[in-house]
Design a protein around this ligand. Structure first.
Ligand code: 2AM
Length: 174
């Protein structure tokens, strides 16, 4: 693979205080691979491997997005058997978030990045390799004041520390 390529995704990235709340119940997670506190996020649009020109296009285009801020209430726990992922979700997705995801889809298309057609679903992975649906009582709901979105690079080569690097962060309309 050429060196100028990277794997990226648009996401909601919690601030420190919210991370503390989100990670507070991690100790209750069933034995598995819990996601580290500083890696918790919600993917808005997974772009996959892009070229440096596409990445530059995504960064420029993201800065031009005008989409409203919203409140996202994380109030459910889900489990995907096939991928063995335990995740936190939202019973209701704010229309403003769907609007943002639509704008990101259009941006990806404009930058020549092919993305999947799977409908967006709010999910924050909490743990991987969870072999069966745990009998885990969901925590109290957490309301996230969504004021920003980010572009994240996911390291292609495994390394120590976080596998993620923030490439850009943009404010939503308040
Ligand atoms: P996951 O937590 O459910 O694995 C970085 O890998 C982020 O992108 C994670 O949030 C991950 O979701 C998501 N992701 C990875 N591969 C993906 C794919 N092919 N389609 C959609 N999202 C993906």
């Amino acid at each position: 693979m050429a060196d100028d390529r990277c794997r990226v995704f648009f996401a909601l990235w919690p601030d420190g205080a919210l991370r503390d709340v989100l990670a507070a119940d991690a100790g209750q997670l069933p034995a598995a691979r819990p996601i580290a506190r500083d890696q918790l996020h919600i993917t808005l649009l997974f772009l996959g491997v892009v070229t440096s020109a596409q990445r530059a296009c995504l960064l420029d285009g993201a800065a031009a997005i005008r989409s409203p801020a919203c409140e996202l209430t994380l109030d459910s726990i889900g489990y995907w058997r096939r991928s063995q992922i335990l995740w936190r979700g939202a019973r209701q997705t704010p229309p403003a978030l769907l609007q943002l995801v639509d704008a990101l889809h259009r941006l990806a298309q404009g930058c020549g990045v092919e993305v999947g057609t799977r409908p967006f679903q709010v999910h924050m992975t909490l743990a991987r390799r969870v072999e069966r649906r745990p009998r885990w009582v969901p925590p109290v709901s957490v309301t996230w004041p969504v004021r920003h979105f980010v572009l994240v690079e996911s390291m292609l080569v495994p390394q120590r520390g976080s596998p993620y690097r923030l490439c850009g962060r943009w404010a939503l309309l308040g």
